[in-house]
Design a protein around this ligand. Structure first.
Ligand code: MLT
Length: 405
């Protein structure tokens, strides 16, 4: 048996697995309940419109007329249409049903979409960045060697307070550039002009943009693009990944979608090839989609009633985020994000590294954050806090954190 050498050579654990390991090791000796503001997992129960649709669909599955076998590879048309009507039509973005691919999670697709590209495709990411993008490409052998904490063949676009967390354009050519906005982990956003610059760059260079819009429900200013397709020409250069996880509480339920416009084409051997057709070919062989009750539940989240219920949940998380920003700033700390995103990016006071500060808060305050360095070298010196816990826990966590600083 010849193993995948890239998988064997992966450095360390996946970030959130390492965080979970440290918390688990400490939990038995913790003097009070630990409050988790680490992984971005939601805490509110599914909204009533969603559970009702799920129950009804499950009951339907138990009848001869309502039973559903394999779902269509790309998702049921009722959900594709609901996505187009609720998420894109209001933005003036026109899509056809077969440009929507229903999937079980944005992590699944952001990790798998590089399969559209050559095995040695050049990848670009912002730094800090959601670690799944890097790990997936490293396991596929696209990132070269891991030396001194960096991948030799990965193009990094640093995002720091000094550049307002706005990345520069890549200094060398890349085949695919990951952009996640609202950003995980910094909680910052790109303006329309800033995003347009990336779209024009992609048009000029033939770069594919993978736009991860998993947190778009948290944008409160209509001037900030919720979809990359609000930028003219983006349909020729970008795929977009979205999720029901962080908007409708589907982290455990699992449903997401990816948009691949039919205008998105690339050339190989003098031939123009549709990325939509390529992905359809790939999806048909690799997955059987998301179950009928869950797709019905996702469609219910997009119904007028579902949208109202879900918006109220998002608002609760945003209230947490705003409270976190105000409290931490009020204590003289430097924080970023938390305005159009459920993440607050805290600059660590003093000289502690991200992991040292993580351990300090875990052991002294019994509060879990995520060390910034786990998202990349430019994240060193920061800690990410999520707004996804309850209001009461969020308030208590902040009191505890401030008490040990
Ligand atoms: C995070 O905490 O960054 C996210 O919850 C991880 C994910 O969405 O997979």
């Amino acid at each position: 048996m010849r193993l995948n050498p890239h998988l064997v050579a992966m450095p360390g654990d996946y970030l959130f697995a390492e965080v979970a390991r440290r918390v688990q090791a400490y939990a038995p000796s913790a003097p009070r309940p630990i409050i988790r503001l680490g992984i971005g997992d939601v805490t509110q129960p599914l909204a009533p419109a969603i559970t009702q649709a799920m129950v009804e669909a499950a009951q339907e599955m138990g009848t001869p007329e309502g039973f559903h076998g394999y779902p269509p590879d790309q998702g049921y048309p009722f959900l594709q249409q609901a996505i187009i009507d609720a998420d894109y039509a209001p933005l003036g973005v026109r899509l056809e049903l077969d440009e929507v691919f229903v999937t079980d999670g944005a992590k699944t697709d952001t990790s798998a979409l590089p399969e559209l590209l050559a095995a040695d495709a050049r990848i670009g990411v912002t730094d800090p960045v959601y670690p799944a993008y890097i790990d997936a490409n490293a396991m596929a052998g696209r990132l070269g060697r891991h030396e001194g904490g960096a991948w030799s063949a990965l193009t990094i676009l640093p995002c720091r307070a000094e550049n307002d967390f706005v990345p520069e354009l890549p200094a060398q050519p890349v085949d695919m550039l990951y952009l996640c906005y609202p950003n995980n982990p910094t909680g910052t956003v790109l303006t329309r002009e800033q995003l347009t610059r990336f779209v024009r760059y992609a048009q000029d260079t033939g770069t594919l943009i993978l736009f991860d819009a998993a947190y778009k429900a948290y944008i409160t200013d209509p001037a900030i693009p919720r979809s990359i397709y609000e930028i003219e020409g983006a349909d020729q250069v970008a795929v977009e990944c979205c999720s029901f996880s962080k908007s409708a509480g589907f982290t455990g339920t699992r449903c997401a979608y990816t948009i691949i416009p039919k205008a998105l084409k690339a050339r190989i051997d003098g031939q123009s090839v549709s990325l939509n057709a390529l992905w359809r070919r790939r999806v048909a062989c690799r997955q059987n989609g998301v179950s009928y009750p869950i797709q019905r539940a996702a469609a219910a989240a997009l119904s007028p009633q579902g949208q109202r219920q879900v918006a109220a949940q998002v608002q609760t998380y945003m209230d947490n985020a705003h409270h976190m920003v105000a409290t931490l700033q009020g204590a003289g700390l430097q924080v970023f994000g938390g305005v159009h995103a459920p993440y607050v990016w805290l600059r660590i006071p003093g000289q502690r590294s991200s992991w040292e500060f993580f351990d300090h808060l875990l052991h002294q305050a019994q509060v879990v954050g995520t060390p910034g360095s786990g998202f990349g070298q430019a994240g060193e010196g920061y800690l990410r806090l999520t707004a996804f816990n309850t209001a009461a826990n969020t308030r208590e966590a902040l009191e505890r954190v401030l008490a040990v600083l």
